[in-house]
Write a protein that binds this ligand. Sequence first.
Ligand SMILES: NC(=O)c1ccc[n+]([C@@H]2O[C@H](COP(=O)([O-])OP(=O)(O)OC[C@H]3O[C@@H](n4cnc5c(N)ncnc54)[C@H](OP(=O)(O)O)[C@@H]3O)[C@@H](O)[C@H]2O)c1
Length: 389
Amino acid sequence: MAESTSTSDYTIPKICPAIFLTGSSNVNRLVVQERTVPDLPTDKIMVEIKACGLNFKEMMERMGIPGTASNKSKPPYVMGFEGSGIIVQIGSEVKSEHIKIGNRVCVVGSEVWSKYTILDPKFCFPIPDNMTFEEAAAFPVVYLTAYMMLFQQANLQPGMSVLIHMVAGGVGTAAVQLCRSVSDVTIFGTCSAAKHERMKEMGVDHLIDYRTQDYAQEIKRISPRGVDIILEPLGGPDFKKSYDLLDQLGHIISFGFANAVTGDKMSYFTMAKNWLQWKNVNSMAMMQENRTVSGYHLLYVSLSRMDKVMCALKQLNLLYKDGKIKPLIDSVHGFSQIGTAVARMNSRQNIGKIVIVPEETTTGGNDEGTSDVSKWKNPEEDTPTKSRI
Ligand SMILES: NC(=O)c1ccc[n+]([C@@H]2O[C@H](COP(=O)([O-])OP(=O)(O)OC[C@H]3O[C@@H](n4cnc5c(N)ncnc54)[C@H](OP(=O)(O)O)[C@@H]3O)[C@@H](O)[C@H]2O)c1
């Protein structure tokens, strides 16, 4: 048993389990290892992590796709961008009303996939009493992203129409719930056919299987004028294809480059091909077409416009309390099943958010030393710690 130091009622161990990114480029691996719990700087807090969110970003980061690393240093480093837990230690310089030992929080930062982690108090947010840690881990990134795009950028109003690409994923399902909180919004969504029934139940009006149908033709057929708002996370040729679906005075928001991912390894060819097909629109054309283009990235917003983030969080908490939004959790996996969790997203099976939780046992789990998804355990055969809710 490792030696411990005590703070308040909490005993903080000297070592704890964490998920490390090891290797470099497209041979990266995710491995559960013990780490030394770092000393607390005076301006930071320590959180005991209870659950973590898996984001598309981490899948790209694991492949070594440029611009996705959450850590300035080279691997090995601890992964993870969001989670939830309990504040167990507070640096002497931290003065904030909502930062108290024992408070339940959701967090955004780096090195979150660790049973104990050090965080900036600015990015730790109190959660409602009835929100579970798993829900809280599935909350900040996708709901802030969806909320800020729909309400702060695109000014979603009753009666509008919205196209949500990747509608069955984390951001997609959050966006559907937020659209449903406004009256008379028509939702178009693209995702794999196997997810259509569940998405229909959630309130998507028109579902398109982008693998077998041309979504642009289908949307034009249903709504010849096009749509008012488009959330565009694909990039490459899909940006212009989506832009051309905007109605007059419509607004498209570019917020991802999912087309950079094909298979389980980074492909410079795929990235270059999509990059070259990513047509920009010029402002003269936008003026004459009465259309708006904007971009969104939470990582940068959160640093520079915390007022907007806090305003969004306040509204999101109210919507949660009113029962209008609730994170849709696809599955919950222990740290040692990280390979299964990533393979599930990579093979496009998740509906909603994948959550991972630290386990009592500390080591042993990894992505089985292979970047070949077919060699990972089939997620359908896997028994997650909890099944879909
Ligand atoms: N800018 C920001 O601040 C920000 C923040 C969060 C997320 N994002 C972006 O938003 C998008 C969604 O992120 P998320 O974390 O919520 O993930 P997610 O939607 O849960 O991602 C997984 C799903 O995406 C779909 N998909 C589409 N293309 C894919 C591909 N090339 N490889 C694997 N799956 C693909 C698959 O479902 P179907 O095939 O059924 O559609 C898959 O199940 C990503 O592009 C992400 O980078 C941006």
